[in-house]
Ligand binder design. Structure first.
Ligand code: MG
Length: 369
């Protein structure tokens, strides 16, 4: 089987509400999404998506995905998409780094492999749990009541996991936010306090020690792994790392040095499923739990994350983030798994299990063949 055509689509995905993180330092209103369709000489088609969370969140750039695909297209055409690691190596050889640009092609290859072998991606990853994964919300940073209001909205849809954005130079305000949300947390709810790199080492120490009695988990409480390793020494709260978990080497360092208790694996950030599944295995070998997410995007991106999440035993998976409910546009109405009663559940549909409506995507911005 050979890849015969790469069609690239560009779509803006507006957020329902403006979104702030890092204590209000960063604001987002629309996501720049790239969709990729791979055609093959066997008549099987695969779909991928790459949607960074804006271009100020992590080093990823919407137009950069399309530029990266232009550079890699000739190296990818003609390859067998079922041999995902050969495709991965070809992309790494012709464009070192730029993992976020490779992720949609990797995703489309996994979609084709699943269709070719008549299995859902989660089964190709080793076998899926039959139960779904708790779907997490992403709670924009703001006043304590504003944040509880968002959590309450999502509770109506059954969500039980929430990533509440904290982090700012006003440490007293962060302590107030966390205590207020914890006072109102239901016993079955999973709440992660996501700092998004906003704290200095001093601020992290002040806030985390002030709420140490609550035993809550903090995500990315510092800018770098070196910062988090030092924060770790002077605090006791569990720590998750996502934004600086980029390569397999990062995963190995975090695991061996005990820098974090949870991996937040972002599929677009790390370069797709082929690379993310190795991080999953490192995590399980070291007693590290996981939170899986796309980075952002439509039901396609959420579904890819849900496949990886459902290949992880329940004792190791915390939740997977569902971004689609934050968008005003659905690119695949009636297709794919959706959040139901707070869970996303992958069924036995071969491949990814969701196909975008090409009438909604519009014409491709470029086709390589
Ligand atoms: Mg995070």
């Amino acid at each position: 089987m050979k890849i015969t055509r790469i069609s690239v689509y560009h779509k803006d995905l507006p957020l329902k509400d403006p979104y702030w993180l890092s204590g209000g330092r960063l604001k987002f209103e629309v996501l720049d999404a790239t969709f990729v369709k791979l055609d093959t000489d066997a008549g099987i088609t695969g779909w991928g998506e790459g949607t960074p969370w804006g271009h100020t969140y992590v080093p990823a750039h919407g137009p950069g995905i399309r530029a990266g695909i232009e550079t890699m297209a000739n190296a990818v055409l003609g390859l067998d998409p079922r041999k995902v690691e050969l495709v991965e190596r070809a992309m790494d050889l012709c464009l070192p780094g730029h993992l976020y640009a490779k992720s949609p092609i990797d995703m489309a290859c996994w979609d084709i492999m699943g269709k070719a072998f008549d299995m859902p991606i989660a089964d190709l990853l080793g076998g899926k749990r039959e139960d779904g994964t708790p779907a997490a919300t992403s709670v924009s940073s703001g006043a304590p009541d504003y944040m509880m209001g968002i959590i309450n909205q999502y509770r109506q849809y059954g969500y039980v996991a929430h990533s509440a954005k904290v982090g700012g130079s006003d440490t007293a305000k962060d302590i107030e936010r966390i205590r207020h949300i914890e006072e109102n947390r239901r016993p079955d709810e999973i709440i992660l306090y996501d700092v998004n790199r906003a704290w200095t080492r001093r601020e992290a120490s002040i806030v985390m020690n002030a709420v140490a009695d609550l035993g809550v988990t903090f995500e990315q409480p510092g800018e770098t792994l070196d910062d988090i390793a030092e924060i770790r020494k002077v605090t006791t709260s569990p720590i998750s790392v996502d934004e600086t978990l980029v390569t397999l080497q990062d995963a190995c360092r975090i695991a061996r040095e005990g820098i974090a208790d949870v991996f937040g694996i972002k599929l677009n950030r790390v370069g797709g499923l082929s690379k993310a599944r190795r991080m999953r295995d490192v995590a399980m070998a070291h007693g590290i739990q996981m939170f899986v997410m796309a980075t952002g995007g439509s039901v396609l991106a959420d579904t890819e994350a849900a496949h990886l999440a459902q290949s992880i035993p329940s004792e190791f998976i915390r939740a997977c983030w569902s971004c689609q409910d934050m968008l005003t546009l659905d690119v695949a109405p009636g297709s794919g798994p959706r959040t139901k009663d707070g869970f996303i559940t992958i069924d036995d549909t071969p491949g990814l299990g969701v196909t975008p409506d090409e009438a909604i995507l519009g014409d491709p911005v470029v086709v390589y063949e």
